[in-house]
Design a protein around this ligand. Structure first.
Ligand SMILES: CC(C)(COP(=O)(O)OP(=O)(O)OC[C@H]1O[C@@H](n2cnc3c(N)ncnc32)[C@H](O)[C@@H]1OP(=O)(O)O)[C@@H](O)C(=O)NCCC(=O)NCCS
Length: 397
């Protein structure tokens, strides 16, 4: 079967809340957050009738409770998609949402369906990282992985060890910059457009979750300097140069380029290629380096050809390693995360990949001359995920 071009038509997310009792979403179910996203995608795209959506794929790291029972199927039913719409859930931890997108794209490319919704949701308040996991004792007993591999902050400390020239000061500077870029993007009204406000019941009564709770626009180098290093005594990784613990959902609407044309929809970008790669679990933040090299090798493209890079900021050190490996300007390469990243917005694990895709769509709309962009994430237990996209918002369509 001949492969078909796959395009993204739209993307939207909920606000990202802080995980825990003081977060917006503490009393809100994770599946309802995904449903809100699906419904909003349908509302914004009336040319796509519910019966045209054939597949609904969602990433979530913890697949139980309000994230259990195959989210792709449950949220399709709850969102009012017809029973004919199939669905499933995937888990590749932080890249779960990006994997949902590449899975949907692969189905469309091979002609298994024409239109799909794909996204990621994570309620880290209801499902603290790893809380109910039961890692096989062989991991440690047989030294298959080091103990550090199971604590993401420790893997970031290990990455600092691996790159001794990347200092804590550099990580703090990177974090400050991320916060500043996000504050500017909020001031310019760029982020609000990407968030669907959601009514939520909180301990103070009803409220509307309409903007992220994590950003700290007031961040200064002085304040970051004195923060505790919770993962290692005298370490370099702090709450200030790490992503946070968050609740959120983000999803995209994908279809074949042909179908978008038939429906009179303006596709925003085309998937050029994607790749995943494995690395040593105890330095999982290195993952995007080999996965990006792999996707470049497979597509024949290079970093020089990327007009934008949306890299998930699990930890500042991991972004600096990526920038160094690809010869990008440190700490600020204007192609990388122009609106800031997960250090400011927060990182509800599986929701982050679709957010990167949505940010790239935004950059492409503002820069019609841009041609290619990359979205990439590191993944717990040592993986990288990378996807390359081509801008279709070039003004000559
Ligand atoms: C690092 C981590 C442990 C911090 O958790 P936390 O202690 O609940 O974080 P907080 O937001 O309460 O911040 C801790 C302190 O730093 C301060 N702080 C955080 N960011 C700051 C900033 N930008 N500027 C100034 N102070 C800041 C807080 O005010 C708080 O101070 P306090 O202790 O005096 O109240 C947690 O965010 C974490 O585990 N992050 C990584 C998540 C992860 O692994 N994701 C997967 C990636 S693969």
């Amino acid at each position: 079967m001949k492969s078909r071009d796959v395009v993204i038509v739209d993307a939207i997310r909920t606000a990202f809340g802080r995980a825990g009792e003081n977060g917006y979403f503490w009393l809100t179910r994770a599946d309802d957050m995904a449903v809100k996203v699906i419904r909003e995608l349908m509302r914004r795209n009336p040319a796509v009738k519910p019966e045209m959506v054939e597949e609904n794929i969602w990433g979530a790291t913890t697949q139980e409770g309000d994230q259990g029972l195959t989210l792709g199927r449950t949220t399709a039913i709850l969102a009012g998609l017809p029973e004919s719409c199939s669905g499933f859930s995937v888990d590749r931890m932080c890249a779960g949402g990006l994997t949902a997108i590449t899975a949907a794209a692969s189905e469309i490319a091979l002609g298994a369906c024409d239109i799909a919704v794909a996204g990621g949701v994570e309620h880290m308040g209801h499902h603290p990282m790893g809380a109910t996991a039961d890692p096989n004792p062989r991991f440690l007993a047989e030294r298959l992985v080091s103990e550090d591999a199971l604590v993401m902050g420790k893997t970031a400390e290990n990455l600092h060890d691996m790159y001794p020239d990347i200092t804590k000061e550099m990580a703090d500077e990177y974090a400050c910059l991320s916060q500043r870029k996000t504050a500017e993007a909020y001031r310019a009204g760029k982020i609000q457009k990407m968030i669907v406000p959601m009514s939520v019941y909180t301990r103070e009564g009803w409220a509307v979750a309409h903007q992220d709770q994590q950003p700290r626009p007031e961040t200064t180098m002085e304040a970051l300097r004195d923060l505790k290093t919770p993962f290692r005594n005298q370490g370099r990784v702090t709450a200030g140069n790490s992503s946070g613990l968050n609740d959120g959902a983000c999803g995209v609407l994908l279809m074949s380029e042909e179908k978008a044309g038939e429906l009179g929809l303006a596709p925003k970008m085309r998937l050029v290629g994607y790749a995943f790669a494995g690395v040593r679990p105890e330095v999982m933040g290195y993952g995007p380096v080999p996965s990006t090299r792999k996707v470049f090798a497979r597509t024949g493209l290079s970093m020089e050809q990327m007009d934008f890079v949306e890299l998930n900021e699990a930890f500042a050190v991991q972004c600096l390693v990526f920038m160094k490996e690809f010869g990008m300007r440190i700490p600020d390469d204007e192609r990388l995360n122009p609106l800031g990243g997960a250090i400011a917005f927060g990182h509800p694990l599986a929701a982050s990949g679709p957010r990167l895709v949505m940010h790239l769509m935004h950059h492409f709309s503002e820069h019609p001359q841009a041609r290619y962009g990359l979205t990439a994430l590191c993944v717990g237990l040592g993986q990288g995920a990378s996807a390359i996209w081509e801008n279709l918002q070039t003004g000559d369509k």
